[in-house]
Design a protein around this ligand. Structure first.
Ligand code: MF3
Ligand code: CO
Length: 252
């Protein structure tokens, strides 16, 4: 069963998602050469606390961070630590917050200093693919329409969508039904209805779609060492266009 949120639950989702966006934006602003990923994690933890929330990631299946910080060929679930950010890196930040019993979830990839043109294209296309997916999140459409839109967009540019990790429903729990793959067939899967809240999150590789999990049990890396980007919003399905609940004006 895919939960349909009541108006009061939607209000609580709005607050959690606005906070998640606020924290993501704050941490993104701290991505600088010389900073460690642990420092970004500490800042995120402090911001989450100041907003009266908790990280839904911390302790999830034993995950040790407030946030995930994934650099270059790291796709998702990078554990914050002593790694220092360098010029030329791309840094994917994944930030969730639970406030008043509801979860907001969002992610972005930021560049440190400069990017090669193909890396800039990877980030641009991944964000475009997220918005192409969101455009399909309407009543009467199916989950596969979101998946297909994302896959078509990234493959048209020669990039590849990770198969093993997916977007998801989000609400009282960080992961609710449905799963939202970033590849698939249009007009397949569960039907979308107004009141669903979905975390849509393309994880897109410059090279092969294949990934591996490092021996820390968490960090997902590309199998070929090529770069990877990750953009995520929590959205509300409405009778019209989906509403992006994790919109952050400062991030534009
Ligand atoms: N935003 C990620 C997700 O949607 C975060 C989960 S990672 C973990 O699955 F660290 F919490 F495990
Ligand atoms: Co997510």
């Amino acid at each position: 069963m895919i939960p349909i949120k009541s108006p009061s639950e939607i209000e609580r989702m709005r607050r959690a998602c606005a906070a998640a966006a606020e924290v993501l934006c704050a941490v993104a602003a701290l991505v600088q050469p010389g900073r460690t990923t642990a420092e970004l994690n500490d800042a995120a933890g402090e911001c989450i606390r100041l907003l009266g929330g908790k990280s839904p990631f911390l302790g999830y299946r034993g995950y040790p961070g407030h946030v995930c910080v994934s650099v270059n060929d790291e796709v998702v679930h990078g554990i914050p630590g002593s790694r220092k950010i360098q010029y030329g890196d791309i840094v994917s930040l994944d930030v969730g917050i639970v406030i008043d019993g509801y979860v907001g979830d969002n992610a972005t990839t930021v560049a440190v200093g400069v990017m090669k043109p193909r890396t800039a294209e990877l980030l641009r296309v991944t964000e475009q693919a997220l918005h192409a997916g969101i455009a399909q999140a309407r009543p009467g459409k199916r989950v596969g329409d979101i998946s297909h839109a994302i896959q078509a967009m990234v493959e048209a540019h020669g990039f590849s969508a990770v198969r093993e990790f997916v977007g998801h429903g989000v609400g009282k729990k960080m992961h609710e039904e449905p799963q939202i793959p970033n590849f698939g067939k249009a007009d397949t899967g569960p039907k979308l209805k107004a009141g669903m809240t979905l975390a849509i999150e393309p994880m897109i590789n410059a090279g092969t779609h294949e990934v591996q999990v490092l021996s820390d049990g968490w960090t997902v890396v590309t199998a070929d060492g090529a770069s990877s980007a990750h953009f995520e919003h929590t959205v509300l399905v409405t009778e019209g266009e989906a509403e992006i609940l994790t919109w952050q004006k400062k991030m534009q």
